[in-house]
Every structure is written in structure tokens, then in C-alpha cells.
Design a protein around this ligand. Structure first.
Ligand code: CMC
Length: 423
């Protein structure tokens, strides 16, 4: 059996054989036979837009690996900063490499005073922190003019470090502003997650000591959210980056894509849904409404790629119990468990391969830890920044073309302009 496909243009009878490489066929080969005939693939359901060596995802089998390492092993044994290094560099760091990496990140956590004082504090008092974050990240490009030097290895590395390091600071600043609390400067003696919690929750104590269970839970959640191959926001990062804009502008675009409820906003939607359901007794009625197909979806269920249980959701569920040991159980947990139990035994959901995704339980943890719902997507943006940057860097190193899809035109035929009085 040959690893190839043959396509025939029935209009001319001409054929072309195209090899299947890494599970795909080259569209440029197809174009040789059929110039001007485009693949129609809204939502990129069947299109591989790039080659990537970063993350492996098998949605049928529920497998997720970063650079070949199973997500379960990384969540169990690693730290977010180590995983960040892995995603960017392709290998786990040695002791020396890790020490340098951690030191560099730690020493770039501060943001320019003008970003906070003039920019963030200029928002309306009830601004959504995600809107603040998206704008603040874009604004950073105006502070680091060398960011445009995207093919200078030193400059590129510096912007990557800045973005990873400053994201938690911007996120915490957005939160503090939205609750009317003063900004807390980074504490460079703390680990990544501990420092973030300090910037969020510190009040008058000289040094904030985060609960180690909560700091560890957050670090694991950061690992789980660090990358997920060609998702909507990563695609936005690659598309914007392909025009060679600077990494702050591209990251802002990626964060904007993440903001939507179909993507990073889903865990917020889960909490709203669970709150609306109210009690376990209402679960069967809610499931019936979802099944009636009147636009109501079971939030936190289903995934474009996973057609079995999202491996991240399993880990998040386990983390939830550890967090609830400290914070007390989130009262919405029982409703979530009941929803999962009913959905997993209901033909509507099983036949459509709808299983809990990462967002089904993560919102419950964030809520129990004291985060307002508006912060949930912000919490997703912090670790996903490294995934975006790893893909951005990979794309630039591949000397990729500017992203520019085709369209199938369905508009009017040519017609003549009519002056306004004659319409
Ligand atoms: N509840 C009920 N029905 C659903 C759901 C759901 N959550 N998701 C999909 N379906 C049904 C849908 O109605 C359709 O049924 P039918 O074939 O009868 O028309 C079928 O399943 C296929 O749905 P689709 O919209 O074509 O699937 P998709 O791959 O385009 O959508 C999704 C994927 C994630 C947008 C969708 O499953 C969804 O809206 N889920 C709820 C929101 C959510 O949890 N999003 C977080 C995704 S994970 C985080 C991330 O990686 O960003």
C-alpha cells in the first residue's frame, strides 16, 4: 500500500498523486492540478495550518503531551516555570539552566510605573479585567521598542521573558484595580505562583504567605493551561505574528481570542450555569433543556478536538478536592457532579462524544480560592502566554508565509453604482 492519495479532475480527466506526510497532504500539490479551486473549510475543521513539534494531542484517545512528555507526568512532577522552559526550548532544563531561567523571569516581573498609573488606572471602575489585560499587553509594545526586532535572538528572548514575567503582574493589577485595592509590587523572593497570589491578596502584612496547597494547585493549573496546540487563541497568535508584528501586539490578539466564551471564557459560563441551576433537583430539567436543542449548551462539555474525556479535566477534578480541603467545598460541586453523572450516561451526550473539558471544574476551584468570575479567563491567559510564544517562535523559525486564506465568493455579480437619489 502506498502512503498517498490520487485526485482526479473529472473535468479534464487529469490526475495527480500526493504523498501523505505526517498525516497530511500538501495543499500546494493539490493546487498544481486544481489552481483556483480552494478547500472550503470554515473553522479549519480539517485543515492543518502548520507543522509543529510543541504539543501532541490525540482527541480520540484523550492524550495530551508537551514536547513528548505526558501531561499527567508534568502535572505530577514539574513546575509551571519548568514546563514553560520545556515548551519554549524543546527540552527540560538542567539544574543550571533552570536556575538562570527562573532568575530571569523573577527579575522581569515589574511593570513600568506608567503602565499602572496612567494606563491601567485610566480604566472605568467596572472595567472587565480581561479587557484591561488585553489592552495593557498591547500597550507594552510601546514601552519596548526593541520588540520589533523579532529576528534578533537576544531581543526575541528578552520579550519572551518579559511577557511571561509581567503577565501575572498585569493580571493582579487589573484585579486589584477592579476591587479598589492598591497595587502590590512583585516580591522577587517568592516562587511564580506564590508571587502572583501575593500580588492578588496581600493587604497589610509585610510578606504574604500563600497557602502551599493553593499555590501548588495554581501552579498545576498553569501547567495544564500552558499549551493546547492550534486552538483559537494560538491560531490568532500565529496569524497576527505571521505579519511580523511585535510579540506584545500578537499576544494581545491571542488574549482577545481567548476572551470569548467558546474558548477561555467557558469556565465563567460554567459557574453561571451552575448558579442558575441552583440545586441538584433542577439538574434533570436543565439536561432536558440542553437536549431540546434550543441553544442552551452544557457549558464545560464538548471540545473541538477531544472526543473523549479531556485528560486535563481529570487532573483538575482531582485538584479540586485538594483545594476544597483548604477552602471548604464549593457548594456548586454537587450540581457539577450530578450533571456529569447524568450526561455521561445519556445517549445525547455520549453519541456526540461530549465529555467534561478542562473548564468544567476549573471555575469551581477558582471560585473556592476567592477569584471573582471575571478573573477566570485572566487566570487562563497567564500560563497560555508561554504556549502562544512557543508557537510564535516556532512559526518565525519556520520562515512561514503571511497567513492569508482564500474565500469562496458568494456576493453579487458586477453592477453599476446608482446615485443616492436614484435608489
Ligand atoms: N452541550 C450540548 N450540546 C453540545 C455541546 C454542549 N456543550 N457541545 C456540542 N454540542 C452538540 C451540538 O449541539 C451539536 O449537536 P448536533 O450535531 O445535534 O447539531 C454537536 O454536539 C456538535 O457540536 P459543534 O458545535 O459542531 O462542535 P464544535 O466542535 O464546533 O464545538 C465547542 C466545540 C467547545 C465550541 C462546543 O462543544 C461548546 O460550545 N461547548 C461548550 C463551551 C465550552 O465548554 N467551551 C470550552 C472548550 S475547552 C477550552 C478550550 O480549549 O478553549
Amino acid at each position: 500500500m502506498t502512503d498517498s492519495i490520487t485526485i482526479t479532475d473529472n473535468r479534464s480527466g487529469e490526475s495527480i498523486e500526493i504523498p501523505i506526510m505526517n498525516g497530511g497532504v500538501s495543499a500546494s500539490e493539490w493546487s498544481k492540478l486544481l489552481p483556483g479551486v480552494w478547500f472550503y473549510d470554515p473553522g479549519f475543521m480539517s485543515t492543518a495550518a502548520c507543522e509543529s513539534a510543541i504539543t501532541y494531542l490525540d482527541g480520540e484517545a484523550g492524550i495530551l503531551r508537551y514536547r513528548g512528555y505526558p501531561i499527567e507526568q508534568l502535572a505530577e512532577n514539574s513546575t509551571y516555570l519548568e514546563v514553560a522552559y520545556l515548551l519554549l526550548h524543546g527540552e527540560l532544563p538542567t539544574i543550571e539552566q533552570y536556575a538562570i531561567w527562573k532568575n530571569e523571569i523573577t527579575n522581569h516581573t515589574f511593570i513600568h510605573e506608567n503602565v499602572r498609573k496612567r494606563f491601567l488606572e485610566g480604566f472605568h471602575y467596572d472595567a472587565h479585567p480581561m479587557g484591561m489585560l488585553v489592552s495593557a499587553v498591547a500597550a507594552l509594545s510601546t514601552f519596548y521598542l526593541d520588540a520589533k526586532e523579532i529576528f534578533d535572538p537576544g531581543s526575541r528572548n528578552k520579550q519572551i521573558i518579559r511577557l511571561i514575567a509581567k503577565m501575572p503582574t498585569l493580571a493582579a493589577a487589573a484585579h486589584r484595580f477592579s476591587v479598589g485595592m492598591p497595587f502590590v509590587y512583585p516580591d522577587n523572593s517568592l516562587d511564580f505562583a506564590d508571587n502572583f497570589l501575593s500580588m492578588l491578596w496581600k493587604v497589610a502584612e509585610p510578606r504574604f504567605e500563600a497557602n502551599p496547597v493553593l499555590a501548588h494547585a495554581l501552579d498545576v493549573l498553569f501547567i495544564l493551561h500552558a499549551d493546547h496546540e492550534q486552538n483559537c487563541s494560538t491560531t490568532a497568535m500565529r496569524v497576527v505574528g505571521s505579519s511580523h508584528s511585535d510579540p506584545y501586539s500578537a499576544t494581545a490578539a491571542a488574549a482577545a481570542a481567548l476572551y470569548g466564551p467558546r474558548h477561555g471564557g467557558a469556565n465563567e459560563a460554567v459557574i453561571r450555569m451552575l448558579t442558575d441551576i441552583g440545586t441538584i433537583d433542577n439538574v434533570p430539567d436543565f439536561i432536558a433543556t440542553v437536549k431540546s436543542g434550543h441553544g442552551q449548551r452544557l457549558q464545560g462539555f464538548g471540545h473541538r478536538v477531544y472526543k473523549s474525556y479531556d485528560p486535563r479535566a481529570k487532573i483538575v477534578k482531582q485538584i479540586a478536592y485538594e483545594v476544597f480541603e483548604v477552602t471548604g467545598k464549593n457548594p456548586l460541586l454537587d450540581i457539577a457532579l450530578k450533571l456529569e453523572e447524568i450526561a455521561l450516561s445519556d445517549e445525547y451526550f455520549t453519541s456526540r462524544h461530549l465529555y467534561p473539558n478542562v473548564d468544567f471544574y476549573s471555575g469551581l476551584i477558582y471560585q473556592a480560592m476567592g477569584f471573582p468570575m471575571e478573573m477566570f479567563t485572566v487566570l487562563f491567559s497567564i500560563p497560555r502566554t508561554v504556549g502562544w510564544l512557543a508557537h510564535w517562535q516556532e512559526m518565525l523559525d519556520q520562515d512561514s508565509k503571511i497567513a492569508r486564506p482564500r474565500q469562496l465568493y458568494i456576493g453579487s455579480e458586477p453592477r453599476d453604482y446608482t446615485p443616492i437619489g436614484g435608489r
